[in-house]
Design a protein around this ligand. Structure first.
Ligand code: GAL
Length: 793
C-alpha cells in the first residue's frame, strides 16, 4: 500500500560546496539544524552589491547542501520515491552517496526514484542546490528547498505519479446531471503482465458516496497503462468562485480483490471556457475575472509560503472582492491551489517567464546585459516542466487556464509562433478541457518589437499585458483588436493594480494611494465591466513582493496589501468596486494627524459603494458627494471650472477640507437611508499595543501570525506611531520574523527588534514542539502586550 510521509523535520544545511557532502558519511559538524521548507537567502543581511541584484532583492545566492537521515524498512515488491514540491534551483539528489535525481527549473515539482539506492535501516539523503549563476531572476527567487518534501512508498504495481485525473465533460441542466471523465494511469514495475481493477468513488462534502465506477485493466510488464471511466454524476453541486463546493475522489487499485494502492484527490464539478463574445464562462455563465497577479514570496518568510500565510493573505483578497489569481510567472506552491479551490479563486497557472531567450536582470536592473535564468533549462526540459505543471495541478477546479509564458521575447521573433504552437499542443495533449494563453506585452507596439500577429493567432485566448500603455489605446483599450479580430478571445493578463505605501501621505501629495494609477484603473475597470467580450483582468499585483527593485528598497509596492499583508487605502478602492456584498465606506487619509497642515486645504477621498456620502469635520457639515453625473470635481479650481472638467469616470468621491485637528465623519447612504458611518480622528500619543493572534492552537511545523497595532489612550489606532518593538518568546517556538510592510526597512526579517510601520507590525512565530508558548512584545519605553497559544503534535 502507498504511504506518503512529510519529510520536513530534522534537516541539516550548509552554505558551501564540496563533493564530500553527497556521501553517505561526512563530517556534518559545520552544518546547522533546520526544517524545510527553507530559504537561505532570507537568512543573511541584504547587500547592495549582492549578485542577485535589485531583481532578486539584493540577497545571497550561492551553492548549499541539505542532508537528512531517515530510517526505512524495505520489503521486496516495494518502490520508494522522494517528492520535492520545489527547489530553487538546479538541484541534485543523492541517497547513500548515489545520485537518484535532480531538477533544473526552480518552480516545478519532481520525484526522485530511490528504489535502487535505498537500504534497510538508516539512509542518508543529500541535496545539492546550485543558485550561484547570478543574477537569474527578475524577482525574489530565494534559494533552497523552499517547499515540502515527501517520502513515498508504493508497491510494484501502483498508480503513476499524478496518475488520476478528473474532468467535467458537460453539465446538463435539463437532466440535472454532469458527465465526468476520469483517467487513471497505472504502472506495472513487475516482470509479468498483470490484470488489475480500478475503482473510483466520488464523495460529496459530507462524505456520502455519490457514485462509484470500476473498470479492469491489463498492464504489460514494465509499462504504464491508462483506463478511462465516464460516470454520470446526478444532481451535481457545481463549483464556482461564489460557491466553491468540493468533492473528493477516492480511487482504489485492486488485485485479486486486495486493495494494493489508493489515490485521493479533491475536485470540483464545473466547466470553464472562454468565448469571443461573452468572455469567461463558468458553468456556462459569464463571470468577470477580477484578478490579481501574485509572486511566490510571502514577505518576511521569503520564498517559503506557509499555509497560514497564504490563507491570511488570500482571505483578505477574497473579502476585497478579488476572484482571480495569476500565479506569476511560475507554478505555485501546491497548497496555494488547495486554498484557491476552497476559497473560490479563478487561477491562471503560468509555466514560464522565459523560453530560449533570457531577459535582462543584471545588477543594474535596467542595463542591456543579458543574464542567467530559467532559459538555461528551457531547451532540454520545456516539455518536462510544462507537463509537470499540468499533471500536478490538473485536478484543481480553481485552475481555469494555462499560461505558457509571460512577456516572452520570442513573441516578436520569427520562431515565436511555432514555439508557442508547440507548447500549446503539449497543453492540449495533456488536457482537453482547459484553454491556453500567453501574456503578450507588445501587441500594439511599433515594429520591430511588436508581437507577431501569427503569435497571437496561435493562442486559444490572447493575453494582453498593459493594453492601455500605448497612447492611442489609453482609452480605447481592446476596441481596435476586437474590430480587427472578431473571433479572438481576450483576457487582460496584466494591467496596473493600485499599490502605494500604506499610511504614507506626503505634504503636497496627500492623496497617498489615490494617484494617476488609480485613475487609470478606474477607466480600465469601467471598460472591462461594460464589455462582455473582455474576460477580465489580472492586475499587477495583489500583494507587495520582494525583488524587482532598486537600492535601498527590498521590493515593489504594487499591491493593495503590503508585504506584511496589511490593507492599504487602495484595498478599499477595490473592495468598493469589486465586492457588492459588503458596504465599503473608507476615507483617505486614514488618519487625521496633520498638525503642520492647520488651515490648509486637504483633499479627502472616499472609496465607497454607497450612493451618497455626507462628510463632517468636527461635527460641521462639509458637503455631500455621490456618483451622479455630471458632478463637481475635487479641488477649488475644478469647482470654478467644472464645465470644462466634468467627468463620468470617477469611481471615488472627494472633498476639499480645511484641516483642523479633531475628527472627520463620513455617513454613507443607500436609497436615501443611512447604512454606514466611518470616523477618522486626530489621535493622541500611543499608550498601548493591541495584539491579534490568528489562532490559539497550532501543530508543530505550523506558524502563528500576530498583528500588532499602536493604540492611544482612547483606544484609537495610532497610525503615525512607529516605535521599535522587541519580541521575546517563552516556550518551544521561534520567531520567523517581523514586518510592518516598509520595503525600505532593510533589517533582517528575523531580527527580534523591528520598527512598526505606520502603527502596524506583523510577527510570525514557528511552532517547534508541543506546549504553551507566550510571546511578549514591548516598546523601548515599556509598553507591552503578551499573546499566547498552544502547540500540538
Ligand atoms: C511586467 C512584467 C512583470 C513585472 C511588471 C513590473 O511587464 O510582466 O513581471 O516586471 O512588469 O511593472
Amino acid at each position: 500500500m502507498r504511504t506518503s510521509q512529510k519529510l520536513n523535520r530534522n534537516w541539516l544545511f550548509i552554505l558551501g560546496d564540496s563533493p564530500e557532502y553527497a556521501k553517505e558519511k561526512t563530517d556534518e559538524s559545520g552544518f546547522k539544524a533546520i526544517t524545510v521548507p527553507h530559504d537561505w537567502s532570507n537568512d543573511y543581511p541584504l547587500d547592495e552589491n549582492a549578485l542577485t541584484g535589485g531583481g532578486g532583492g539584493y540577497v545571497q545566492g550561492g551553492t548549499g547542501w541539505y542532508r537528512t537521515h531517515i530510517d526505512i524498512q524495505i520489503n521486496s515488491g516495494e518502490r520508494y520515491f522522494f517528492f520535492f514540491e520545489g527547489i530553487y534551483m538546479d538541484s541534485a539528489v543523492y541517497l547513500n552517496g548515489i545520485k537518484i535525481g535532480g531538477h533544473g527549473y526552480g518552480y516545478t515539482s519532481f520525484y526522485a526514484d530511490a528504489t535502487d539506492a535505498v537500504k534497510n535501516g538508516e539512509n542518508t539523503l543529500a541535496v545539492r542546490v546550485n543558485n550561484s549563476d547570478l543574477p537569474n531572476s527578475r524577482w525574489y527567487s530565494g534559494s533552497g528547498i523552499q517547499r515540502d518534501v515527501y517520502f513515498v512508498k508504493t508497491l510494484d504495481i501502483h498508480f503513476d505519479h499524478f496518475g488520476v485525473r478528473i474532468d467535467t465533460n458537460g453539465i446538463y441542466k435539463e437532466y440535472n446531471k454532469a458527465d465526468m471523465n476520469i483517467r487513471a494511469a497505472v504502472r506495472n514495475d513487475t516482470d509479468t503482465t498483470v490484470c488489475v481493477g480500478v475503482l473510483h468513488k466520488l464523495k460529496d462534502a459530507e462524505g456520502n458516496v455519490v457514485f462509484s465506477s470500476g473498470i479492469a485493466l491489463n498492464i504489460p510488464a514494465g509499462e504504464t497503462a491508462e483506463c478511462i471511466n465516464r460516470p454520470t454524476l446526478p444532481a451535481p453541486h457545481l463549483w464556482s468562485d461564489t460557491d466553491p463546493y468540493l468533492y473528493t475522489l477516492e480511487t482504489s487499485l485492486l488485485q485479486d480483490n486486495n486493495v494494493i494502492d489508493t489515490y485521493t484527490c479533491r475536485t470540483g464539478v464545473r466547466t470553464a471556457t472562454f468565448d469571443s463574445d461573452k468572455g469567461f464562462l463558468l458553468n456556462s455563465k459569464p463571470v468577470k475575472i477580477k484578478g490579481l497577479c501574485l509572486h511566490h514570496d510571502c514577505g518576511l518568510t521569503g520564498a517559503v509560503g506557509y499555509l497560514e500565510s497564504w490563507e491570511r493573505r488570500l482571505k483578505k483578497l477574497k473579502k476585497m472582492g478579488c476572484n482571480g489569481i495569476r500565479c506569476s510567472h511560475n507554478p505555485p506552491v501546491p497548497l496555494l491551489l488547495d486554498l484557491c479551490d476552497e476559497l473560490g479563486f479563478l487561477v491562471m497557472d503560468e509555466a514560464f517567464d522565459e523560453w530560449y531567450l533570457s531577459k535582462n536582470k543584471n545588477q543594474n536592473y535596467y542595463s542591456e546585459q543579458l543574464a542567467y535564468g530559467s532559459a538555461m533549462f528551457f531547451s532540454r526540459y520545456a516539455k518536462e516542466d510544462l507537463t509537470a505543471m499540468i499533471r500536478r495541478d490538473y485536478n484543481h477546479p480553481s485552475v481555469i487556464i494555462w499560461s505558457i509564458g509571460n512577456e516572452i521575447p520570442e513573441q516578436s521573433s520569427q520562431n515565436g509562433p511555432s514555439i508557442a504552437g508547440y507548447l500549446q499542443d503539449i497543453c492540449h495533449e495533456e488536457d482537453k478541457t482547459r484553454m491556453v494563453t500567453s501574456a503578450c506585452d507588445n501587441i500594439a507596439s511599433i515594429a520591430p518589437i511588436c508581437t507577431l500577429r501569427e503569435f497571437e493567432e496561435v493562442l486559444d485566448v490572447v493575453g494582453y499585458n498593459y493594453v492601455g500603455r500605448w497612447r492611442e489605446r489609453a482609452e480605447t483599450f481592446y476596441d481596435e483588436d476586437r474590430h480587427l479580430y472578431p473571433s479572438r478571445r481576450f483576457i487582460g493578463t496584466e494591467n496596473p493594480s493600485v499599490g502605494g505605501i500604506r499610511g504614507e501621505y506626503k505634504s503636497g501629495d496627500i492623496f497617498g494611494d489615490y494617484s494617476a494609477i488609480t485613475m487609470h484603473h478606474e477607466a480600465l475597470w469601467r471598460y472591462t465591466a461594460s464589455h462582455d467580450f473582455v474576460s477580465g483582468d489580472y492586475l499587477w499585483t495583489g500583494i507587495d513582493y520582494l525583488g524587482e527593485t532598486r537600492w535601498p528598497r527590498r521590493g515593489a509596492p504594487t499591491g493593495p496589501l503590503d508585504s506584511a499583508g496589511f490593507e492599504k487605502d487602495s484595498y478599499y478602492y477595490f473592495k468598493s468596486i469589486w465586492n457588492p456584498d459588503e458596504i465599503t465606506l473608507h476615507l483617505v487619509p486614514s488618519h487625521w494627524n496633520f498638525e503642520k497642515e492647520k488651515g490648509n486645504y486637504l483633499p479627502v477621498v472616499c472609496y465607497t459603494n454607497c450612493d451618497e456620502v455626507k462628510l463632517y469635520i468636527n461635527g460641521k457639515y462639509v458637503g455631500t458627494r455621490s456618483y451622479e453625473c455630471p458632478r463637481y470635481g475635487c479641488t477649488k479650481s475644478w469647482n470654478d471650472n467644472w464645465g470644462k472638467h466634468m467627468t463620468t469616470n470617477d469611481l471615488h468621491l472627494s472633498w476639499d477640507v480645511v484641516y483642523e485637528p479633531g475628527f472627520l465623519k463620513a455617513e454613507g447612504y443607500k436609497n436615501g437611508e443611512k447604512v454606514a458611518e466611518t470616523i477618522v480622528v486626530t489621535t493622541d500619543e500611543m499608550t498601548s499595543l493591541k495584539a491579534v493572534t490568528d489562532r490559539d492552537e497550532v501543530r508543530i511545523g505550523g506558524i502563528v501570525q500576530i498583528e500588532l497595532t499602536a493604540m492611544d489612550k482612547d483606544l484609537n489606532e495610532t497610525l503615525t506611531a512607529n516605535p521599535v518593538i522587541s519580541c521575546h518568546i517563552d516556550g518551544y517556538a521561534h520567531l520567523v520574523g517581523m514586518d510592518g510592510g516598509d520595503l525600505t526597512d532593510l533589517t533582517l526579517y528575523s531580527e527580534p527588534r523591528r520598527k512598526m510601520f505606520h502603527g502596524k507590525l506583523l510577527a510570525v512565530i514557528y511552532a517547534d514542539m508541543p506546549g504553551t508558548v507566550k510571546v511578549t512584545f514591548e516598546t523601548d519605553n515599556g509598553i507591552k502586550t503578551v499573546s499566547s497559544f498552544t502547540v500540538t503534535d
